[in-house]
Design a protein around this ligand. Structure first.
Ligand SMILES: [Zn+2]
Length: 314
């Protein structure tokens, strides 16, 4: 194997980049802004330029680069083709790996961003040492990544690990970004729990401190729940119940060693994790009831760590 590899995390506002040694050590990380206008026409040239500039700055020849792995916010087929991404002005619909290879001169692999974070947590974070892991990220949406025998379960249609789109509520009127209704994402994301709160607070009889907050955020709900606010506790419990139920179903398919919970909502910390685990135990197949749970530990670095992991574990 050559000496260096890159991990890239392409997001809607910034691109995070990491130069790694192929031993796994992070040499340097930095960011550039994501120019998404005109269907993201500048994205790949900007990223390739940043990588090649970094190599020039450090006097590293392109021939010393094993490759780059890049996480993107959308569905990915065959580690290369990206379906149009909503967050990137519909950028996508082509073979991104082939285009990047042309611009960079070294091999490139593409993966979904939540899948990248899963690989990152497995290689460097809370799933370190595990070969079977489920990662769920709770942010604006709910993303997921499943690792089986050390390899990502990306699937054939780019739907592998899409835990956020497991149906958890029948007859729901919440239409998901995917076009269907009743998806976990509509109830267990930062925006989902706020929707649930608005429904609950529509009843004027409900006494709660949550009415003071405008706009109300997911963090306010967890803070109030920690202070004993009954409505907030009800909302947090229901979110944990649906997550525990969905993850128990996932565990019936892939039976992981550990379930790692990350994303902005996970800043609610141990109470959130305990709530999910309690619900999980209620729904899980008995043999899997004691599955370990952990909070993600890499934060913003999960994506670049996962990208490079894709190159190192080929
Ligand atoms: Zn959905």
């Amino acid at each position: 194997m050559k000496t260096y590899a890159f991990g890239i995390d392409l997001g809607g506002t910034t691109v995070k980049l990491g130069l790694f040694k192929t031993s796994g050590e992070l040499v340097e990380k930095w960011e550039i802004s994501s120019r998404t206008e005109n269907h993201g026409e500048h994205l790949l040239p900007d990223i390739a330029g940043a990588l090649l500039d970094k190599l020039a700055e450090r006097n590293i020849p392109v021939s010393e680069v094993e490759g780059a792995g890049m996480g993107v916010p959308g569905a990915v087929l065959r580690d290369s083709y990206v379906k149009p991404c909503v967050n990137l002005d519909q950028w996508g619909g082509f073979d991104v790996a082939a285009e990047m290879e042309k611009l960079c001169g070294f091999p490139v692999k593409i993966l979904n961003d939540a899948n990248a974070a899963a690989l990152g947590e497995m290689g460097h974070g809370s799933g370190k040492g595990c070969k079977n892991m489920v990662f769920v990220t709770l942010g604006t949406g709910v993303g997921g990544g499943i690792v089986v025998d050390g390899k990502l379960l990306a699937g054939v249609h780019g739907a592998g690990g899409e835990i956020g789109h497991i149906k958890v509520v029948e007859g729901s009127d919440r239409v998901c970004g995917c076009g269907k209704t009743g998806c976990l994402e509509q109830y267990a994301s930062a925006t989902g729990i706020v929707k649930s709160a608005k429904e609950l607070l529509a009843d004027p009889e409900v006494e709660t401190a949550l009415r003071q907050y405008d706009p109300l955020t997911c963090k306010d709900i967890f803070d109030c729940a920690a202070k004993g606010d009954k409505a907030a506790i009800q909302l947090a419990d229901e979110m944990c119940r649906l997550l525990g139920k969905a993850l128990a179903s996932v565990s019936c398919v892939c039976d992981p060693e550990v379930i790692v919970v990350g994303g902005g909502v996970a800043r609610a910390g141990q109470p959130l994790l305990d709530g999910i685990q309690k619900a999980f135990r209620q729904y899980a197949f008995p043999a899997a009831e004691d599955t370990a749970f952990a909070l993600a530990s890499l934060g913003n670095d999960a994506g670049i760590c996962g990208g490079v992991q894709m190159i190192l574990t080929k």
